[in-house]
Design a protein around this ligand. Structure first.
Ligand SMILES: [Cu+2]
Length: 302
C-alpha cells in the first residue's frame, strides 16, 4: 500500500467512525422526542401513537428509513468535510492526476442499488398490506363537503349523519379545539372497518393518523381504505386536501368502543338521526340540501 492510499484509508476510517458517533447522538435525541400520544402535543417531532397494525408498520418503516438516511447523510457529510480539509491547497499542493478508479466507481454504483433494494422490501410489503382489503365487519361511507363530513353506515339501513366541527366557544373541558366534532364516527374495537370515501363538491381527504389512514375524497369517484383499531379511545384527524376557506375546520373524530357500546350506540343513533334524516329530506324538497340540514338543526328538529 503506497503512502497516498494509506492516507485515504485513514480518512475513510475516520469518516466511518464519525458517522457512527454522530448517528448515535442524533438518533438518541430523536428517539427521546418521539411522542406516543394519540393527540398532537407541543414540540412533537414524532407521529401520534399508532392504534392499528398498519399504522405501527408505517411507524417502523419510517424509523428504519430515518436511521438509514441519518447514517448515509452523516457519512457523506463527514467524508466531504474531511476531503475539503485534507486536500486543501496548503496541505496538498500537487493534486493527484488520477481520473478513474474502477473499484471505487463500481462500489458507489452498487452500494446505492443495494440500499434501494433493502428499502423496497418493507416498502412493498407495507403497500400490499394497506391495499389488500380484509373482509369488512363495518362499512362506512364518508362524504367530504365544503366544509363538513357526512357519514352513512352502509350496512345499517338509513343511518346517516353530518359531522361539523365544534366551535371554540362550545367546547367542553377536555375536548381538543379544531378537532372535536358534534357527531363522531363510532366503530367497534378489533373489527375491520372499511371506509368508502367520496366528495360532493371539491377534493377533500379523509385522514386519521393514529389509524395510518389517508385517502383523497374525489367527486364522482369512490376510493376505499380500511382500518382495524386495537385500542379503545377517541382519535382525531383533519381534512388533508386543500378544499377552500374552511379546510382547516372540518375535522374527523372517531370513537373506538367495545362491541356492546357499539350496539347501544347504533340503536340510539338510528333513533336520533332518523328525525334528522326526515328533516333533511323535507328541507331538501324546500331547496338547498346543505342549508336544509342547518335549518333543521337551528329550528330544533334534531
Ligand atoms: Cu376538505
Amino acid at each position: 500500500m503506497d503512502c497516498k492510499s494509506l492516507k485515504l484509508g485513514k480518512g475513510f476510517a475516520f469518516a466511518v467512525f464519525a458517522t457512527a458517533f454522530f448517528s448515535f447522538v442524533v438518533l438518541l435525541f430523536v428517539q427521546g422526542a418521539l411522542a406516543e400520544s394519540t393527540l398532537p402535543v407541543s414540540y412533537q417531532t414524532g407521529f401520534q401513537g399508532a392504534v392499528t397494525e398498519v399504522a405501527e408498520d408505517i411507524h417502523s418503516f419510517h424509523a428504519f428509513l430515518f436511521y438509514l438516511i441519518t447514517v448515509v447523510t452523516i457519512f457523506v457529510t463527514v467524508l466531504l468535510l474531511y476531503t475539503i480539509y485534507r486536500f486543501r491547497e496548503g496541505a496538498n499542493p500537487i493534486p493527484s492526476t488520477n481520473a478513474h478508479h474502477t473499484l471505487l466507481e463500481v462500489a458507489w454504483t452498487i452500494a446505492p442499488i443495494i440500499i434501494l433494494l433493502v428499502i423496497s422490501i418493507p416498502s412493498f410489503r407495507l403497500l400490499y398490506k394497506q391495499y389488500s382489503f380484509p373482509k369488512p365487519d363495518v362499512v362506512i361511507k364518508a362524504t367530504g363537503n365544503q366544509w363538513y363530513w357526512s357519514y352513512s353506515y352502509k350496512d345499517q339501513g338509513e343511518l346517516e349523519f353530518d359531522s361539523y366541527m365544534v366551535k371554540d366557544e362550545d367546547l367542553k373541558p377536555g375536548q381538543p379545539r379544531l378537532l372535536t366534532t358534534d357527531n363522531a364516527v363510532v366503530v367497534p374495537i378489533n373489527k375491520v372497518v372499511e371506509v368508502h370515501i367520496v366528495a360532493s363538491d371539491v377534493l377533500h381527504n379523509w385522514t386519521v393518523p393514529a389509524f395510518g389512514v389517508k385517502s383523497d375524497a374525489v367527486p364522482g369517484r369512490l376510493l376505499r381504505t380500511w382500518f382495524k383499531a386495537t385500542k379503545l379511545g377517541t382519535y382525531y384527524g383533519q381534512c388533508s386536501e386543500l378544499c377552500g376557506k374552511d379546510h382547516a375546520f372540518m375535522p374527523i373524530m372517531v370513537k373506538v368502543v367495545s362491541d356492546a357500546d357499539y350496539a347501544a350506540w347504533l340503536v340510539k343513533a338510528k333513533e336520533e338521526f332518523a328525525s334528522l334524516e326526515s328533516a333533511k329530506k323535507f328541507a331538501s324538497r324546500q331547496g338547498g340540501l346543505k342549508y336544509g340540514v342547518r335549518t333543521a338543526r337551528l329550528s330544533g328538529v334534531k
